[in-house]
Design a protein around this ligand. Structure first.
Ligand SMILES: NC(=O)C1=CN([C@@H]2O[C@H](COP(=O)(O)OP(=O)(O)OC[C@H]3O[C@@H](n4cnc5c(N)ncnc54)[C@H](OP(=O)(O)O)[C@@H]3O)[C@@H](O)[C@H]2O)C=CC1
Ligand SMILES: CC(C)=CCC[C@@H](C)[C@H]1CC=C2C3=C(CC[C@@]21C)[C@@]1(C)CC[C@H](O)C(C)(C)[C@@H]1CC3
Length: 437
């Protein structure tokens, strides 16, 4: 019998990533443990806390974290309701705020989806609202968020797992469903982790796009402002280190929202299904790990010298310049190669139709933008001083993420461009760090 169009569009694939079902099982169980370890292990009394040092995280210690008693200590109904109210706020602001409807890239079924672009407006209003509350009602008016940090984090974990389960189950509904090529292996654990449906939607509401650019990033910014308010409430002043971190990370978040349409060409939107990885990764990991430094500084203020401050500002400036100019160069070249700012760039044509830049930033390394992003992570961590390694976890995590992401992107491009990609790699030999890697 001739396979249906849907079957042809959703071929079964057994090429695993992330070490397949075993890797997926480890991610789904261990990463939440690391999330709690980072925050339960860092307290005002110590970071890591003496309790943690005594109970070194052996497997049995990890398992002991997941007892029902511990869960009910971590679960706070009031915090859960606050988090649900936060999600409702995000959905209502997406719905009510005006915004352009922009097209995504062409899907393999030939369709193009529309996305509402109003994230920047929504984030600016959210930041403005937070600052207005602190200005008019005092820094202590938002401290309930800091006091309920673990409860809010638990709420985010519950929401991320619930959302991933619901989207996974909905991907088996009757009718036409476009699956992610890498998320249709048939292995439940793996497909649940990597994401089975490519673009799960409720009407015009794109779940992946909304989660990718709102839930985690907005929580990150709100928690950072809250930690700064806590430090101000404790000290009567803000240390320069805290100021730098909330400025740099707030800038990164606003920059992401300002360049919202750029996310439509990332592999998360074009290739990956929406599963546990993007659900937990955005909602809980981005939301509660990316602000590790401000939570540390709220508990353990660090005073920087002007020379240290100047050095950190330089590092951020170098990182952001590489990050932003490299991303702009590619995005501009792809959208309008005749633009005066990019028409000088050299490129190679490919049988796939896209052009690959071989000069400028993209002639230095195949993912020079990742290098800029990682350099910025140093500027986010150095303000925490050198008394403790906890805040520097982000640098290690991010290096692993970007190296792995580059390998995934390389595989995607090799499949797409074939010999043209080999030719491109002979011209642009370095992956991320020119002359090194
Ligand atoms: N803070 C965080 O946690 C994270 C941040 N990021 C950041 O997001 C940004 C985007 O990264 P990412 O989503 O991985 O995608 P990239 O912006 O790196 O784009 C990769 C794609 O660009 C195209 N491309 C590759 N080489 C060339 C070239 N020489 N000329 C033209 N086009 C080229 C290919 O797509 P095509 O098929 O169109 O050719 C490739 O798949 C990065 O700056 C990264 O640092 C990313 C992940 C996590
Ligand atoms: C621990 C775990 C499950 C990791 C999953 C990885 C995710 C944390 C990241 C995968 C891709 C991401 C992107 C961003 C944040 C982190 C995750 C979700 C991003 C939204 C950050 C801001 C950038 O400007 C971006 C929009 C380009 C980026 C998109 C990818």
């Amino acid at each position: 019998m001739k396979p249906s169009k849907v079957t042809l569009l959703n071929p079964r694939t057994n090429e695993y990533e992330f070490l397949g079902p075993i890797g997926a099982s480890l991610m789904i169980t261990v990463l939440p443990g690391i999330l709690y370890l980072l925050h339960l292990g860092c307290t005002p009394k110590g970071c890591p806390s003496l309790e943690l040092v005594k109970n070194l995280p052996t497997p049995s210690y990890f398992i002991s974290l997941f007892t029902l008693d511990n869960f009910f200590q971590l679960f706070d109904l009031h915090a859960f309701l606050i988090y649900i109210a936060y999600l409702l706020y995000l959905v209502v602001s997406w719905y009510l705020l005006p915004g352009r409807w922009i097209q995504g890239t062409t899907l393999r079924d030939g369709n193009k989806l529309l996305y509402k672009e109003n994230g920047f407006k929504s984030l600016v209003i959210t930041i403005g609202g937070m600052l207005a509350i602190i200005l008019f009602k005092g820094s202590d008016s938002v401290l309930f968020i800091s006091e309920k940090f673990i409860g809010l984090m638990t709420a985010s974990v519950l929401v991320s797992y619930t959302l991933a389960i619901c989207v996974y189950l909905a991907s088996f509904r009757k009718g036409y469903v476009l699956l992610a090529l890498g998320g249709n292996s048939g292995n439940v654990i793996y497909d649940f982790m990597i994401g089975r449906e490519l673009n799960p939607r409720i009407g015009w509401f794109d779940i992946k796009y909304f989660v990718e650019l709102r839930v985690g990033i907005f929580a990150w910014v709100i928690l950072n402002i809250t930690m700064a308010a806590k430090q101000y409430d404790d000290l009567g002043d803000l240390t320069i280190g805290m100021f730098l971190v909330i400025l740099f990370q707030g800038w990164y978040a606003v920059d992401s929202a300002y360049n919202e349409s750029a996310v439509l060409t990332t592999m998360d939107i074009t290739t990956d299904g929406f599963g546990w990885m993007l659900s937990f990764g955005n909602i809980s990991w981005l939301g509660f790990v990316y602000g590790l430094q401000t939570r540390y500084l709220a508990m353990h203020p660090v005073h920087l010298s002007w020379l240290q401050t100047a050095l950190i500002v330089c590092i951020q400036s170098v990182g952001y310049t590489i990050f932003r100019s490299a991303n702009n160069e590619k995005n501009l070249f792809r959208n309008d190669p005749g633009d005066v700012r990019v028409k000088h760039l050299k490129y190679i044509t490919t049988d796939a139709g896209s052009r690959l830049i071989i000069s400028g930033w993209w002639g230095r390394a195949r993912h020079i933008n990742y290098l800029g992003d990682w350099i910025m992570s140093w500027a986010w961590c150095l303000p925490c001083g050198f008394d403790n390694i906890f805040p520097y976890f982000y640098i290690l995590y991010f290096a692993i993420l970007l190296i792995h992401r580059e390998l995934r992107d390389e595989e995607k491009c090799r499949r797409k461009y074939g010999k043209d990609w080999t030719r491109y790699c002979e011209i642009v030999r370095w992956r991320i760090i020119p002359g090194i890697y």
